[in-house]
Write a protein that binds this ligand. Structure first.
Ligand code: F6P
Length: 374
């Protein structure tokens, strides 16, 4: 008998995915595991997320070569240093009524001989994993999302690297902003959750931080910036989440196209805010959208480590035959939670606890309630 573990990465790519894949392979193929289980172990990478599992024709060697990649220590040896996902990713949803391919997925899991499957992804990918588990498949999940909006874990792969990108880019913008006395509006990712804007803005020292959890007034932002100039500051940085909204308005989208999970592509709030602020304040204003740069580059030390720990923990779950769970990091410990808990609700910024609605910035005190001056 062979224990055959499949692994795939779904949704937006980010740093840390390859480290998780490497450590799934390295841990599973460890001779101690085969000895302990009394059977040989194989790890198969599925290319391009759920798309690979839908498209692969297990009886056709060419198709197998196109959609799968056998992983061993040598193949994945250097992957932990690489950004993105070597296996590739997609936003394919097998349960979308438009394609309706859930049964193909299940048949292919069987025909590929997979004993268990590790799905590395965010809310969308893990909701597919959860549905497959409910249909009897032996699935476990690993959390990844730079938005950090998954519940039941204090860490999701990709977040730390993205945060460091924001800080690095804002640091670069400071010199040019200062040289020209300009206001810079920096748009960062975060569809529903403002963690990247909040913590990125705090770490980079932004004067104004705008998040999806708290609709904002442009006039108030302008007043905050004017006050600061009067205090003698020559330039300013505003960090805004792509999902942040002006009070009474909708999010700004790049287009109306909807992906197979029902999401429209966000983008443009930075640009429209910059234009309005320039008009209101008279300060020369520029905007920068960090966009996919936040997902790129080499993983930070934290993402490499968390990829390693999550990968090892996912294999542990499989060896214990504890399926339908997501590995998780809670209170400094690697643990696991039912997939259902991770996807039930989004992990949003607690505005009352962490955000100062008067200053549009992180809270300064946990003791003194912030005052909103009208
Ligand atoms: O993974 C989430 C995310 O990073 C969101 O912040 C963003 O809206 C989305 O991905 C964009 O992804 P893509 O352009 O790859 O579809």
């Amino acid at each position: 008998m062979t224990l055959k573990i499949g692994v795939l990465t779904g949704g937006g790519d980010c740093a840390g995915l390859n480290s998780a894949i490497k450590w799934i392979a390295k841990t599973a193929i460890d001779p101690n595991v085969a000895e302990h289980k009394g059977e040989s172990v194989e790890v198969i990478g599925i290319r391009e997320g759920w798309k690979g599992l839908v498209e692969v024709l297990p009886a056709d060697p060419e198709s197998l070569n196109r959609w799968t990649l056998p992983l061993d220590e040598l193949v994945a040896r250097t992957w932990d240093r690489l950004g993105g996902t070597v296996l590739g990713s997609s936003r394919t949803n097998p349960f979308s009524p438009k394609i309706d391919k859930a049964q193909e997925c299940i048949n292919n899991i069987r025909d590929l001989g997979l004993t268990a499957l590790v799905a590395i992804g965010g809310e969308d990918t893990l909701s597919v994993a959860h549905k497959l588990y409910k249909l009897g498949q032996k699935v476990v999940g690993i959390p990844k999302t730079i938005d950090r909006d998954l519940s039941a874990t204090d860490y999701s792969l990709g977040y730390d690297t993205a945060l460091n990108v924001i800080v690095e880019e804002v640091d670069r913008l400071r010199t040019t902003a200062g040289s020209h006395n300009r206001l810079f509006v920096v748009e960062v990712m975060g569809r529903h959750a403002g963690w990247l804007a909040l913590e990125g803005g705090e770490a980079a020292g932004a004067h104004v931080i705008l998040i999806p959890e708290c609709d904002f007034e442009v006039e108030r932002v302008a007043a905050l910036l004017e006050k600061r100039r009067l205090a003698g500051v020559r330039y300013d940085i505003v960090v805004v989440s792509e999902g942040a909204k002006i009070k009474g308005q909708e999010e700004v989208y790049v287009s109306d196209a909807v992906d197979s999970f029902g999401h429209k592509p966000l983008g443009g709030i930075g640009e429209s805010l910059a234009k309005r602020l320039e008009k209101l304040t008279g300060f020369e204003t520029r905007h920068v959208c960090l966009s996919h740069i936040q997902r790129g580059g080499q993983p930070s030390a934290r993402d490499r480590l968390m990829g390693r720990y999550f990968g090892i923990a996912a294999v542990d779950l499989i060896l214990r035959e504890d399926f339908g769970r997501m590995v998780s990091f809670i209170d400094g410990q690697i643990t696991s939670v039912p997939l259902e808990r991770a996807i039930k609700k989004l992990n949003l910024v607690d505005v009352d606890k962490l955000y100062d609605q008067a200053r549009y910035n992180g809270r300064r005190s946990s003791l003194i309630p912030p005052r909103i001056r009208e």
